[in-house]
Design a protein around this ligand. Structure first.
Ligand code: ATP
Length: 301
């Protein structure tokens, strides 16, 4: 075996509760993650040095993805190699369908996929405990990208626990914006708007209890504390959310720190109808279903 391809999903937050910043500057979160069927594929091949290339979808601007040492895939490769005391040698290709800087955690998906792919290529048999520890070091959303499905996230989002019983397919329309929103700037605006935010955000008990219920039951329980600050920074996103609801979506909400907007629909056909009605409203209009699996091998060669 001299090549492995691993697929990792985008994430959305069905609930994103944010608290006031901790002493280390991170914000405490109470979130319900869902992995959705919008993926990046990472292929790693045996090589004598490290190299990284990108094959972007036509709506992804390659200029938005750094290919140097700050790419999360390179950082993942280095951390894994250091853990096992070996050289980080591989030829890596990122096939990117997840819009960049959209609040869909595409970089985190790539990091998770790289950990799994390189672990197999280098035949390391890294323990789950070490994989999740490295994932948390790489970023708050990376452990969830390993886990997939529906999960409850706490800490800064890196402490994840699968939520059972919610494996009912949900359909989403995903509307991206050409210009990304920087996550730190959205959190800064949150702090300005909520200087007295509690250290412990509210837990989404009701949503977790209703997760397997008919779609109408969860529509009104979707919530994102970062929506208000993101709309404050980018008021035109309000028009996108209104357009989605006018197009018949059950509920519209911002994905993570935005600017991607999500619309919950009642079926695959309904999602296609809403997507068609939203054509031209955002940059790219996609449909996806969730929950789906976390980072997983799709090909050995
Ligand atoms: P986050 O909320 O974690 O910042 P996001 O979903 O808004 O995530 P990402 O697509 O993960 O956004 O990208 C955020 C930034 O991470 C990009 O602007 C880019 O500079 C950097 N980055 C590093 N590695 C990658 C990668 N493999 N793919 C995409 N972006 C990457």
């Amino acid at each position: 075996m001299n090549a492995v391809t691993v697929r990792a999903p985008a994430k959305i937050n069905l609930h994103l509760g944010v608290g006031g910043p901790r002493d280390d500057g991170f914000h405490p979160l109470m979130t319900v993650y869902q992995a959705i069927g919008l993926y990046d594929d990472i292929t790693v091949r045996t090589a004598d040095s490290w190299s990284l290339a990108l094959e972007p979808a036509d709506y992804v601007d390659p200029a938005d993805v750094p290919l140097g040492d700050d790419n999360l895939v390179t950082r993942a490769g280095q951390l894994l190699a250091d853990l096992h005391g070996r050289e980080a040698h591989a030829e890596v290709l990122i096939r990117k369908d997840i819009p960049v800087a959209g609040g869909l955690a595409g970089g985190s998906a790539d990091a998770a996929a790289a950990l799994v792919a390189l672990d197999r290529l280098w035949d390391l048999q890294t323990s789950d405990e070490d994989m999740f520890r490295l994932a948390a070091q790489l970023g708050s959303d990376v452990p969830f990208a390993l886990l997939g499905g529906n999960a409850f996230g706490t800490g800064r989002g890196e402490v994840v626990e699968s939520v059972r019983g919610g494996d009912v397919a949900r359909w989403w329309v995903v509307v991206t914006a050409r210009e990304g929103l920087s996550t730190p700037s959205v959190y800064r605006r949150f702090d300005e708007l909520h200087p007295d935010a509690s250290a412990r955000p509210a837990a989404p008990h009701k949503l977790v209890a209703f997760l397997a219920d008919p779609v109408e039951a969860i529509a009104d329980l979707l919530h994102n504390d970062l929506q208000e600050p993101a709309l404050d920074l980018r008021p035109e996103l309000r028009d996108v959310l209104t357009a989605g609801e006018e197009a018949g979506a059950l509920h519209g909400l911002l994905s993570g720190s935005g600017p991607t907007c999500l619309f919950l629909c009642s079926s695959a056909d309904h999602a296609r109808e809403v997507a068609a009605a939203l054509d031209g409203v955002g940059d790219v209009v996609l449909t996806a279903n969730g929950p789906v699996a976390g980072a997983h091998v799709v090909e050995y060669a």
